[in-house]
Ligand binder design. Structure first.
Ligand code: AMP
Ligand code: ZN
Length: 430
C-alpha cells in the first residue's frame, strides 16, 4: 500500500497529531503573511501559540465568500505573486469572481489529491480518462487532468461542450473513465442514444461526477444509461478545486482528504458545531496550502459529517451528499425547500426524464413555483391526455412529499436547455 493509502487508514489519534502540527503551521503562516488574517486573529484574540489541540480550531475566525470578494484579487495570498504559478477563478455567475492561486508545491499536492480521488474508483495506468470538465479558469478540467496524468492513465482533455465530438472520442478512444458534471453525463447519454451508440459499444466503467448538486435518483439514471459506476466528488475553488473529498467503493458518503483539509459542520445560524449526522453548513480549513491558506471557510454547502471509520477501512471522516446551499433555499408559501428535494421526487416518477427547471414567480404576496420537467418520448407520442396525466401525477407526488402545491408543466424531451457545465435549475422571475 502506498504511503498515502496507509495514511487514509491510520487510526484517528495518530492522524490528529500531525493534523495539529499542520494546523499550527497554517495559523502561523497566515498570521505572519496575510494582513487580513492577522487582523481577524487579533479581533478573535487568538495567537498562533494558542492552538494547542485540534479543538482550538473552533477559536479561529471564519472566512466567507465576502472576504474573498473584499480582498479581490490577491488580498488573501500568503506568497508573493512571483511564487504563484497558476490562477483559477470560481465559476460563480454573480458578483466579483473569486480568484484563487497556486504555488508549484500547491499544484503538486493538488495533483496527488486528484490521483487519490481517481484511485478511489480504481483508476489505474491502463485507463482512458475522458475529461469533459471545462478547461480554463474553472478548476474542474485541469484538476482532473493532472490527477489522471499523475496516475499514468491516458487522458483525453476534451473539455466541455461540442457534444458530437465527445461521442466519437468516447467510442473511438475506448474511454473507461468519464469525468464531467452529473447533468452533462445525462446529456451525453441522451446524445449517444440519438446517435445510435448503445452503452455496450463503449468501455465506460466508472465516472466521477460533481461540481453541482445531484441525488441518488440521478445516480441510478446515470449508471443505467451509461453502464458505469458513479462516484460523487466534491470540492470548491476557494479550498483547492475538486479533490476535497470523494466516495469510496462503499458509496456511503465522501471521504474528506483530512491530511490536507479539516472539515467541520456548523449550524449556519449559531455557527456552533452540530452533532454527527445533523445537517449543517460545511466549514473547511486548509492544512497545507501555500499560496492561499484558508481558515474555516464557510462553504454555504449543507451536509452531514460522519467521523466514524468506514467499512472500506479508511478512517478519514465522510461528508454526506450536499443537499443544498444556504443560498439556494427557496421559501414557497412558508415551506423551506431545496431544489434537490424536488429532484428526488421527480426522478422517482416513472416516465419522467432527469431534466427539469424550477421557475419562480411572484403571485401577489406569495412566491409561486412552477416545475418544468421533460417526459419520456412515449408519453408525448401517447397524446395530450397522457401528458396531462403525468403532470397531475408529478403534482400529487410533490404535494405528498413536500406539502406544497406547485404548478407542473410537462414538456417534450430535449426542450430544457442542456449545459456542458453546471446545470441551471432555477429560473427566478421574481
Ligand atoms: P466552484 O468553486 O465553482 O467549483 O463551485 C464549488 C461549488 O460547487 C461547491 O461549493 C458546491 O456548492 C458545488 N459542488 C461541488 N461538488 C459538488 C457535489 N459533489 N455535490 C453538490 N454540489 C457540489
Ligand atoms: Zn470508505
Amino acid at each position: 500500500m502506498s504511503l498515502s493509502g496507509a495514511l487514509e487508514r491510520a487510526p484517528r489519534r495518530e492522524r490528529a497529531r500531525f493534523q495539529l502540527e499542520r494546523l499550527r503551521a497554517v495559523v502561523a503562516r497566515v498570521h505572519e503573511r496575510v494582513p487580513f488574517y492577522r487582523r481577524r486573529l487579533g479581533e478573535a484574540a487568538v495567537a498562533p501559540a494558542d492552538i494547542r489541540s485540534l479543538d482550538d480550531l473552533r477559536r479561529l475566525p471564519f472566512t466567507t465568500k465576502d472576504d474573498f470578494q473584499a480582498t479581490y484579487p490577491f488580498g488573501l495570498l500568503a506568497t508573493p505573486l512571483d511564487d504563484v504559478v497558476r490562477l483559477h477563478a470560481s465559476s460563480g455567475t454573480t458578483g466579483t469572481p473569486t480568484v484563487v492561486a497556486y504555488t508549484r508545491g500547491d499544484l503538486d499536492t493538488w495533483s496527488d489529491l486528484m490521483a487519490r480521488t481517481l484511485r478511489a474508483g480504481g483508476v489505474g495506468r491502463s485507463d482512458v480518462v475522458h475529461n469533459a470538465y471545462g478547461y480554463g479558469l474553472f478548476t474542474g478540467g485541469l484538476g482532473f487532468h493532472y490527477g489522471a496524468e499523475r496516475i499514468g492513465a491516458t487522458v483525453v482533455p476534451i473539455s466541455s461542450g461540442f457534444t458530437e465530438r465527445q461521442l466519437l472520442a468516447l467510442r473511438d478512444f475506448g474511454a473507461t473513465v468519464l469525468c464531467c458534471t452529473p447533468s452533462y453525463s445525462l446529456h451525453l447519454a441522451e446524445a449517444l442514444g440519438a446517435a445510435g451508440i448503445p452503452p455496450s459499444a463503449l468501455r465506460l466503467r466508472v465516472g466521477f461526477f460533481g461540481a453541482e448538486p445531484w441525488t441518488e435518483e440521478m445516480r441510478r439514471a446515470i449508471e443505467t444509461r451509461l453502464g458505469l459506476t458513479a462516484f460523487n466528488v466534491y470540492g470548491l475553488s476557494e479550498i483547492v478545486g475538486p479533490g476535497v473529498s470523494v466516495e469510496c467503493e462503499e458509496h456511503h458518503g465522501m471521504h474528506v482528504h483530512e491530511d490536507h483539509f479539516l472539515p467541520e459542520v456548523v449550524d449556519p445560524a449559531t455557527l456552533e458545531p452540530v452533532a454527527p449526522g445533523v445537517t449543517g453548513e460545511l466549514v473547511l480549513t486548509t492544512l497545507t496550502k501555500e499560496a492561499l491558506p484558508v481558515l474555516r471557510y464557510r462553504t454555504r454547502d449543507l451536509t452531514v459529517l460522519d467521523p466514524e471509520p468506514c467499512r472500506c477501512g479508511r478512517t478519514f471522516a465522510r461528508i454526506g451528499r450536499i443537499t443544498g446551499r444556504t443560498d439556494d433555499m427557496l421559501i414557497i408559501r412558508g415551506v423551506n425547500l431545496f431544489p434537490s428535494q424536488i429532484e428526488q421526487v421527480l426522478l422517482a416518477v416513472p416516465r419522467v426524464e432527469p431534466h427539469y427547471l424550477l421557475v419562480l414567480r411572484r403571485e401577489g404576496a406569495l412566491d409561486a413555483l412552477e416545475i418544468r420537467v421533460e417526459a419520456h418520448p412515449d408519453v408525448v407520442v401517447a397524446g395530450e391526455e397522457a401528458v396531462r396525466g403525468l403532470a397531475d401525477l408529478v403534482q400529487r407526488r410533490v404535494r405528498e412529499a413536500i406539502g406544497i402545491a406547485v404548478g407542473v408543466t410537462v414538456v417534450p424531451p430535449g426542450s430544457i436547455e442542456r449545459s456542458p457545465g453546471k446545470a441551471r435549475r432555477i429560473h427566478d422571475l421574481r
